[in-house]
Design a protein around this ligand. Structure first.
Ligand code: PRX
Length: 637
């Protein structure tokens, strides 16, 4: 591939063409033709994709748009995502295929065939049932990256309960808030997990969160680290105890559900207020995740697929768990830090397990790049045939390192743009697409996007504008849990007349129709690819007794992409000091989790505000970067 670079017609950027071996065997040989067809008749396209799945009863209508923007897909159809991710594989050669290879940070290994995965999921589904878990109920899952995490998710889905996975790196306040919003009665957690050679304190965080959120009646804990933890009578149960009781029978019927029955909620940060729980459904999400995973990563039976995201985020839901299992792939999962005990940990696992596709974030690539190429060079990475990137724009330098050093110049990089809200990849190449480092290339099949100015007019090549999605797709979130008005307001109001979805990102399109994502235009911050809201960081700061007001902004960071910087007004009587600065950084980390820890805390006397009292974060940002502050006419003084 490296020998096949060329300068594109305006001479601006290099195009990377895929190697012949990839083109020859690709599921999609001609992107343009497939795309044109899919756009001409999207419903026919999605019906064809849906026909690849197991339905208990076929749908009557592909798309029901009678109540926009609450679109429904495959209405009248009966399905369960587990029927596709597990059950149907048991009737084929895949029964004995590895569904999962898992490696713990200390080096312990678990492998599960589809047969074994079915057994574990069925047993835990019966355990949940014995705890009274019913269809439609939301079970909160707060776990490290261990096999029991996907098992718990799949068990919920099997019986028609919804899961709400809270990222294991979040802390007390974030967990308590999400448990409360979901009204969860059952929490599944672990005593702890391994991270950089240390034990994380999951159960004690869960205990504190349960003290703040009284809805939990049952807490099931997996013994991972064997550390001492506090268990309460009548509330706390050990996972292994329950799984060894007769109630944990390995036989459990998969619940037959409506296509639109909800599968999970996943909380994500927004512009204002508390994180919102996006709802995804069994039918559309099954079709969308499996179709995009198959097309973009050209998945084959012999692949060993490694999505290195945590299941606590949408990437983990869609492409570590559901999409790949529906496609009958072998998934790789790893518990710990990429550089533990040494910076070759990932590369050694790629060699050891013969991984063929790696899907990760630019932050992870930049972080590993820092250690130098001697670490990957120690390993034979020739099993790799495709690479993937997700979560934030990938800078060309990291792209080239990933391509050359990890992919040996032979593995096309699928830079995939999407969101928690979209359920799956939206703008991404397929393996035959010529690539430009830093561009997610073109929209996927059935997806129509535009980049528009403030008057909703499409911008010209090279101009910056707002990214919108013009037509519905099966993987789209159905609503915000418990707040349909906010769903309308957040995503659909700005382009109500046109009926477009507002992505909240700015982007450019070049003369070849390639899309270049610039970043968020709202108060969402992407730190190391993780999504956080300025509002959440600010409210964590204000919960400290010395703080009266706070503002958080994102500034560029070499490895993390963005880092959080904060401005704090202290209450009368409190005095600024280096010690207090450190205390506040720790306070945010304790309340929300280490990823939210601010890089800096500045003590200030006032904050730039509009006359209506809204903090003008863009002014703070412009001042920090030493750039033009823009229009200041709404500034208070
Ligand atoms: O700003 C975009 C960025 O991540 C946001 C969505 O975050 P989240 O819901 O956490 O989902 C992340 C994983 C799908 C987007 O609005 N983003 C995601 N992928 C890319 C990206 N920015 C640039 N390039 C990408 N490939």
């Amino acid at each position: 591939m490296k020998n096949k670079t060329e300068v594109n017609k305006n001479g601006a950027s290099l195009m990377y063409h895929p190697p012949k071996s990839i083109v020859k065997n690709a599921h999609i040989r001609n992107y343009e033709k497939t795309y044109e067809e899919s756009i001409k008749d999207p419903e026919a396209f999605w019906a064809k994709e849906a026909e690849k799945l197991k339905w208990y009863k076929k749908w009557q209508q592909v798309l029901d748009d009678s109540d926009k923007p609450f679109y429904k897909w495959f209405t009248g159809g009966k399905i369960n995502i587990i029927g596709n991710a597990i059950d149907r594989h048991l009737e084929t050669h895949r029964r004995n295929k590895l569904a999962m290879i898992w490696e713990g940070e200390p080096g312990d290994v678990v492998t599960l065939s589809y047969h074994a995965l079915n057994r574990e999921v069925s047993k835990f589904a019966n355990v949940l049932k014995s705890m009274g878990v019913k269809k439609g109920e939301i079970v909160t899952i707060y776990m490290p990256q261990i096999p029991e995490l996907p098992i718990a998710m799949l068990a919920c889905a099997k019986i028609g309960a919804m899961h709400s996975v809270v990222y294991g790196g979040f802390s007390v306040e974030a967990l308590a808030g999400r448990i409360g919003d979901a009204n969860s009665r059952v929490l599944v957690t672990a005593d702890g997990g391994w991270r950089r050679g240390k034990i994380t304190e999951l159960k004690s965080i869960a205990n504190e969160a349960m003290d703040r959120s009284p809805t939990i009646e049952v807490c099931i804990t997996v013994k991972r680290t064997k550390q001492e933890v506090h268990m309460e009578n009548d509330r706390d149960f050990w996972y292994h105890d329950l799984m060894s009781l007769p109630i944990a029978s390995p036989r459990c019927e998969t619940e037959v559900l409506d296509a639109e029955d909800p599968l999970f909620i996943l909380f994500t940060s927004g512009t204002t207020g508390k994180p919102k729980g996006l709802v995804h459904s069994h039918g559309g999400y099954s079709v969308y995740t499996s179709s995009t995973h198959r097309n973009v990563f050209d998945i084959k039976d012999e692949d060993r697929w490694w999505c290195a995201a945590d299941p606590g985020w949408i990437t983990g839901h869609s492409y570590l768990v559901y999409g790949p299992l529906i496609n009958g792939a072998t998934i790789m999962m790893y518990e710990g830090a990429p550089n533990h005990p040494y910076p070759n940990r990932w590369w050694s696992m790629i060699e050891k397990y013969g991984i063929t596709i790696l899907y990760t974030s630019p932050t992870a690539i930049r972080g590993l790049m820092r250690f130098g190429e001697q670490w990957p060079r120690r390993h034979d990475l020739s099993s790799l045939r495709l690479l993937g990137s997700v979560g934030e724009p990938i800078n060309p330098e990291a792209w080239r390192w990933y391509h050359e050093v990890i992919g040996g110049g032979n593995c096309p990089i699928m830079d995939t743009w999407w969101q928690t809200e979209t359920g799956g990849m939206m703008i991404a190449p397929v393996p035959v697409t010529p690539l430009k480092p830093g561009s997610a290339t073109r929209p996927l099949f059935g997806i129509e996007v535009a980049i528009v100015d403030d008057n909703a007019e499409e911008v010209g090549p090279g101009e910056e504008g707002k990214l919108v999605i013009k037509t519905p797709w099966p993987g789209m979130a159905r609503t915000i849990f418990g707040d349909p008005d906010r769903f309308k307001e957040t995503y659909w109001k700005e382009y109500e007349k046109q009926g477009w979805y507002k992505a909240g990102d700015s982007a450019r399109i070049d003369e070849d129709g390639y899309i270049w994502i610039i970043g968020r235009i709202d108060d969402v911050i992407k730190v190391s690819g993780y999504r956080l809201g300025t509002a959440e960081v600010e409210s964590a700061l204000v919960s400290h007794p010395d703080v009266s007001e706070a503002a958080a902004i994102a500034l560029p960071h070499e490895v993390k992409g963005n880092a959080i910087h904060t401005y704090v007004i202290l209450k009368a009587g409190a005095t600024s000091s280096k010690k207090l600065e450190e205390e506040l950084r720790k306070h945010v980390s304790d309340e929300m989790g280490p990823i939210a820890r601010p890089e800096t805390v500045h003590f200030v006397e006032s904050l730039p505000k509009t006359r209506s009292g809204k903090i003008m974060r863009r002014v703070l940002k412009a001042r920090s970067l030493g750039v033009d502050e823009g229009d200041l006419s709404t500034l208070e003084d």
